[in-house]
Design a protein. Structure first.
Length: 349
């Protein structure tokens, strides 16, 4: 997949999408500030986080433990190699069997995110596999045999213009953000020669807890702390490895999740991507091969903002058309992690 950088900042017509700064549904403003800080620097020491947030490191660590253990927020990791193929698969299910299908697919490593939707499809599955051949195998051999699935439609992503790595809460000041951006991101000089299985084991540990310490990894893997630290440094510095802080959508400032399926002439695609990429609420913006050639996912403050975004899209370029849209009712799996019905992470991490 090719990456296209996009400018950040408000879209000219997007001012109608309002910011909110108060805590939501049980999360305090201090909680949201901590999550925002970890979105910027997921593995920063608590001393640096506390210094920016104006609290002592012990308080910051305890607050994070409560958020993590309650599933309200978590730090995870994954790897998108040069061979990774990303596809969005729309599934229509037999009446009454949507959640049953979602539950069955949740056990598939290939189905990294599962959205239960209202609209022209029942499920939107984000599939990530290594190589085109593997994609065909999964779509034809696996999804083709799932009971309860009536039909499917696949969008193979070709260019990722923007994704949720750049999505942020909006609770920290510019000065606080600048202080966090100044936190060193080096992963240490010590490296370890890892086999493929060892690399995958460390990555799995980071996926479960993106802030895992060398001492904890050493205990888990039965190795020395120095070896564990070197292994962590190696994996964290590897090409394509992403460490990311997530928040349960219902408890964020953007509880409404919508998919938009767009079509634009090939000659206009790059221009449309640049313009839509300036929307601050984007979770995914990509070109695709399928019935539509642009897919857009957003987290929004309220239901009325869905129509406002549609107006922004239509105003962005005369050649872009909204073919369809869907509202996400529930996400049962996100980036490989099972979620509760209210969107909290199952099992901590």
């Amino acid at each position: 997949m090719n990456a296209v950088s996009s400018a950040q900042g408000p879209f000219p017509s997007a001012g109608v999408i309002q910011d909110t700064s108060a805590g939501h549904d049980g999360l305090s403003t201090d909680d949201l500030r901590l999550i925002h800080a970890l979105q910027v620097v997921p593995r920063a020491p608590w001393s640096r986080i506390g210094a920016v947030l104006g609290c002592d490191p012990v308080t910051a660590a305890r607050r994070w433990a409560r958020l993590r253990d309650g599933g309200y927020a978590w730090v995870t990791a994954y790897r998108f190699s040069r061979r990774t193929v990303l596809a969005l698969v729309e599934l229509s299910c037999e009446p009454g069997r949507t959640l049953e299908v979602a539950a069955e697919l949740a056990g598939d490593a290939e189905a990294i995110t599962i959205d239960v939707t209202a609209g022209g499809r029942d499920l939107v599955i984000t599939v990530a596999v290594e190589g085109d051949d593997r994609l065909g195998e999964y779509l034809l051999d696996r999804l083709g045999g799932v009971r309860g699935v009536m039909s499917s439609r696949t969008h193979v992503c070709t260019t990722i213009a923007s994704d949720a790595r750049s999505w942020r809460l909006r609770t920290l000041s510019d000065e606080e953000l600048a202080a966090l951006e100044a936190v060193p991101r080096s992963h240490g000089r010590q490296r370890a020669g890892l086999s493929g299985a060892e690399f995958d084991g460390v990555l799995s540990a980071l996926a479960a807890d993106g802030r895992i310490r060398a001492a904890d990894l050493a205990e888990r893997a039965g190795i020395g702390v120095d070896r564990a630290r070197a292994a962590l440094n190696t994996v964290l510095a590897a090409d394509g490895v992403v460490v990311r802080t997530e928040v349960a959508r219902r408890y964020s400032e953007r509880p409404v999740y919508a998919w938009f399926f767009l079509r634009a002439p090939a000659r206009s695609t790059d221009r449309v991507l640049r313009r839509l990429g300036t929307l601050r609420d984007v979770r995914l913006l990509a070109t695709s091969i399928g019935t539509c050639n642009i897919v857009l996912a957003m987290w929004l403050p309220g239901l009325d903002d869905v129509a406002r975004v549609e107006a922004v899209i239509e105003q962005s370029d005369a050649e872009v058309a909204i073919v369809d849209r869907s509202l996400v009712l529930r996400t049962t799996k996100h980036l490989g992690r099972r979620l509760t019905p209210d969107g909290r992470s199952v099992g901590g991490g």
